[in-house]
Structures are given as C-alpha cells and as structure tokens.
Design a protein around this ligand. Structure first.
Ligand code: 6R9
Length: 571
C-alpha cells in the first residue's frame, strides 16, 4: 500500500533543519538551558514549577487549566509552587525521606499534580497508579515498590489491601473521612496548616524520580525506574516534537498513571512553561471536541484509539466545533492508521504526527517532526541524539526493508535506569549495546521506521499495555476456571481486544451468566481495561512440555492462520 505522502507545511517551527541538527547535536548542549548547569542544584520539580514561579513574568501565568464534570479550576505556576511546598512539608512531617517511594492512586485532579510535585520536592520517588486499578493491581505495585506512603481518595481506599502491605505506613486521604486512625492523614486539614515555603531537596541527576509499572509477557508488572536526568529529554522533545511555544495551550489526553501522562502530561509542557489543560472524566467525542474548542487548545497529544472513535463519530459532529486555534496534533501508544492521518487532514486541516516510544524509554525517540514529510503508516525518524536501528537477535544491524528488532543505542537521557528489584530483567533488555524494544519494525532507505508488531505476547488494547500473565493469573482465581490462556485479538477500533481461552473445573457448565461472572471477576479484581471482552471455553489449553501456555498457537487458531511447528506441544 503506497499512501500519499504528506509534505511538511510552512510554519515557524522550533526545529526546522532536522538533518543538520542530527549530525551536530549532543545531549550536553541541552544542559545550558537549566540553572543546575551553573548552580549544581538539581530537582525536576524546581525546573518545571519553581523556576517559573520565581520569574516575575511567568509566576501568574496559568499552568494548570483543569476541567472535569462539575469542577473547573486553574492554578498558576506560583499556586502550584506554593501548594506543592505545602504538600512537601506534610510529607516531611511524616518523615518522608529522599529515595522513599510515595505512591498516588487517585483521579486526575489539581490535588494529584500538587501532591506529585510535593513528592519530588522531598527527593522521594513518585509512583502514580491508574485510578481504574482494582485490588490485585494495587497490591502488586505497592508490594513490589515497598511504598511507605500512599495518597488516595476515600472512594478508592477499599481497593487498597492494607493487611498485605506491611511497608505502607501512612495513607493521605483526599476527601472527607471521619474515622480517626494513626494511619490516615487528612490532606485538606494538613495542607491548611502547612507552610508555603519549603527547602527543596537538591538531588543528583541520576537520583530516582519516578516509577511506572508496566506489563511484560511473563510475571508480574515491572517497576520501570526513571531519574531526574530525564528532564533533559522531556524539555527538548517538548521543543522539537510538541513544538511548544510560550503562548501555547497544550492538552495531553493521557492519564498520569501511564508514562505519557507524566512525561508529556506533566514534564514536557511545564519544563517549557506552557499552559497545560487537564481534562478529567471519561472520553466522549462531544466532550473532547468541546475541550479543544472551549480552551482554544493549540497543541494536542492523543492516541489512535481515541482518534478512531472520533472518526466513527462522523463528520457532522466535527462541524459543530471551532478548532481554529489548533495548530499541531500528535499521537502515541499504538500504530496510527494511515486512514486516520487522511481523516485528520480533512477534519482539522492538520497533519497528525505519530510518535514512538515506551515506558522504558521515558521520552519520545522516533517521531514525525512538524518540519518533515509524513509517510502515513510510518512512525517517522529518530530525533537528534538518538540512534535507532533494526537488529537481529544477536544485536547485529540488518539492512533496510528487512524486519527485525527495533533497537536504540543505549544511553539517552530519559532511558530507564533499572527495573525495580529486578536487575536480571533490566539486563535482558540490552544486547550488544542496543536497547531492544520488543517491537518488530523495518527501516526504509530514507530512514523512516515502520512498526510491524510486538515480538512478545504483550497486548496493546486502546493504547494500554496489558500482560497476558496477569490476566491469566486472575482468571484462574475464579472457582470455575481451571486453566487460562490470554491473547490480543485484532480489533478495528481498539487495536486489540483481550480474548481469553479457558477450561472449566469439574462441576461447572458453560453459560452466558458464568462467562459474564468471570469477566466481572477480572474487571473488579484487576482492572476494567484488563477484563477479557471475549471468553471461549475449550476442553484443553495448549501448553509446551515445560508447561508454558502456547499463546501463539491460540492466536493462530483465532486468526485461522497456519499453526506451524507444534512439536513442543504437551501430549
Ligand atoms: C508511550 C507508550 C509501548 C508500546 C511499544 C509499542 C506500542 C507505542 C507506538 C506504538 C506503534 C506507535 N507503541 N507507540 N506502536 N506506533 N507510534 O505507549 O508506552 O505504554 O510502554 O507502550 O506501545 O508496541 O512497545 P507503553
């Protein structure tokens, strides 16, 4: 399929000559944009918030423009600076130390962002959890990280299995709770009496900043550990890729429980001093269009599933809104269909710029820049400072137009520095000096990268990474389920949906009610996005002789593909 290429348009872009910069750029060049270059005092919270709050021309600028059903609020850089100081004082009062893990489990709200920066100001490591997580997902993450403090809401508290979390000393509750306890701290009460000034903890560039849990194909979710140094790349990709300028109104639709919602929902815009729209509540096409319209959003970072849903909502709806402020649109998380790029040209008269990166990479690596031609279906080219290639399983580069492992030369600023508590897992990402992504792709003669699929069994449903092992583990906790194998099944809207194959324990009969009960069991035990949309009951689940579920075979059956070599099949 040779889609029409979409040429770059004239514009006052921050980065015009990409190829020239590619040969001259060094990451060290970015250091001069930060005050720590001279003072030696490092903290990403200072650079993103306090620096602007100290600047008479910036301090009263709106940093956070929050809107959710029933709540509209805006905070200036000065407001966030003071409030996060207050929150840092609260954490200090309860003895939070540099390096402690402090987790957040709450919906997007001004309190979330204030708490997040308060954590960073103490030198503690922040761990944001997606608000839709249920008990098992919360347990796994808080246990593995040995979090000492959790910030949550009274509503979400019931999903926190406190009896299984011996390290969790304090829970800070955002909302009313009458029951007095040594463990619970009232957010609003404490904030009221906390001082607005705080001596920020200066850290090292290589000190811990953030942990995001993400799924692989085996085992429990892994804690991807990032350091303050990542700000170099958040800042510079905010300039080059998001093309942020001082008067922009920027909206990133991702939740801060996922990496896009922190790297690009928090750091990139605020390191660049830009007004950042945070929209709470659920997705509807009307709501999203009116958010763009009402706030005069100029730069918009979103995801293919949402864009596909907007395409389905039809052109009639587009015409009801005014998108004249919008000038730059980007996408991440899953393959961006060429059809969606074509639709973007019609609906907004704008190009949609695909970007590729991962939780582990911390920031964008392969992108479509505003000043470059777009080849619909391609993720684009590496940003300056990044060497990307296609390698074989031994880490040798392979020629253009051949599929292989998408790999990045290790050592960029925002690269993860560890998998929490799991050094061997961390090491397994690297071969021959290359970070091997787990994605397969090829590179064309002109250096554009084309995504082909995942090489492991990780599922990407609506842009969210789900590990089949986690879902299988939950499924077999249901009394009716004996064995389970879980795969991603291609879906035109969601990219993939989760499909489970199960066998039943003796005494259970397949019925619609039972299958719905099993689905609900995963939904309420793990999380809604991890619940299988389809469940198929079988007599047996194919396994290797060593007992591994053969998800590949299940997938081939599902897709009606040849099953290849099944000689390792058990029995
Ligand atoms: C930022 C983020 C990472 C995985 C990645 C790949 C898929 C991300 C993509 C894309 C095709 C793109 N992915 N961007 N696939 N085109 N532009 O999404 O992080 O949640 O860790 O997911 O998502 O498979 O390996 P994360």
């Amino acid at each position: 399929m040779d889609m029409q290429r979409v040429p770059a348009r004239e514009g006052n872009y921050n980065l015009k000559n990409y190829d020239e910069l590619r040969s001259t750029f060094k990451w060290e060049d970015v250091h001069k944009h930060f005050s720590w270059n001279e003072t030696g005092k490092v903290n990403i919270a200072y650079e993103a918030i306090d620096r602007h709050a100290e600047n008479p021309e910036k301090k009263d600028k709106v940093a956070l423009l929050y809107s959710a059903p029933g709540r509209e609020e805006s905070l200036t850089f000065s407001d966030i600076s003071k409030k996060s100081n207050q929150f840092a004082n609260v954490l200090k009062k309860y003895d939070v130390q540099k390096g402690d893990r402090v987790f957040l489990f709450m919906p997007r709200s001004p309190e979330f962002y204030v708490s997040f920066f308060g954590i960073l100001k103490t030198g503690a490591i922040a761990g944001p959890l997606f608000e839709a997580f249920m008990e098992q997902a919360v347990r796994d993450r808080l246990q593995d990280s040995e979090a000492r403090v959790l910030i949550t809401t009274p509503d979400l508290l019931e999903r926190v299995p406190q009896e299984d979390l011996p390290d969790l000393e304090k829970i800070i509750l955002v909302g009313n709770r009458s029951e007095p306890s040594d463990k619970y701290i009232d957010f609003y009460e404490e904030m009221e009496v906390a001082s607005e000034s705080f001596d920020i903890e200066w850290v090292d560039l290589e000190d811990g900043m953030l942990i995001h849990y993400t799924s692989g194909s085996t085992g429990k979710p892994k804690g991807v550990y990032h350091v303050h140094n990542a700000m170099i790349q958040h800042y510079v990709t905010g300039q080059w890729v998001l093309d942020l300028k001082d008067d922009d109104v920027y909206w990133c639709t991702a939740d801060p429980g996922w990496v896009t919602g922190t790297s690009y929902g928090v750091f990139a815009p605020w390191l660049n001093g830009v007004t950042n729209v945070i929209r709470g509540g659920r997705f509807t096409p009307e709501d999203w269009y009116s958010t763009l319209d009402k706030h005069n959003v100029t730069v918009w970072y979103t995801a293919p599933t949402a864009l596909r849903m907007l395409v389905s909502a039809g052109e009639g709806l587009v015409k009801k809104y005014d998108f004249s402020s919008l000038r730059h649109v980007l996408s991440v998380g899953e393959p961006l269909n060429p059809e969606v790029v074509t639709w973007g040209l019609k609906a907004f008269d704008l190009r949609i710029h695909d970007t590729w990166w991962m939780t582990e990479t911390g920031a964008q690596l392969i992108v479509n820049l505003p000043s470059e031609e777009i080849r619909p279906g391609s993720m684009g080219k590496p940003i300056p400072g990044i060497e990307a290639s296609i390698v074989d399983n031994e880490g040798n580069e392979i020629p253009p137009n051949q599929m292989g492992n998408l790999a990045i030369k290790a050592g960029w600023p925002s690269m993860m520095r560890a998998i929490w508590n799991n050094p061997s897992k961390y090491d397994s990402y690297f071969i021959n000096g290359w970070y091997v992504s787990g994605d397969s792709a090829y590179r064309d003669e002109d250096g554009y990268f084309w995504f082909q699929g995942r090489l492991d069994d990780v599922i990407n449903t609506s842009g969210e990474r789900v590990g089949p092992f986690e879902v299988e583990s939950k499924l077999i906790e249901h009394p009716a389920v004996a064995e389970a194998g879980v795969i991603g099944k291609p879906d035109p809207q969601r990219g993939e949906i989760i499909k489970a194959f199960i066998t039943l324990n003796p005494g259970y009969q397949e019925s619609d009610e039972l299958l719905e009960d099993i689905r609900q069991f995963v939904k309420t035990g793990l999380s809604a996005h991890a619940a299988p949309r389809e469940i198929e009951v079988r007599d047996s689940i194919p396994k290797t002789r060593s007992g591994k579920i053969m998800r590949r075979l299940l997938k081939s059956w599902e897709l009606g593909l040849p099953t290849g070599d099944t000689s390792t099949l058990e029995s």
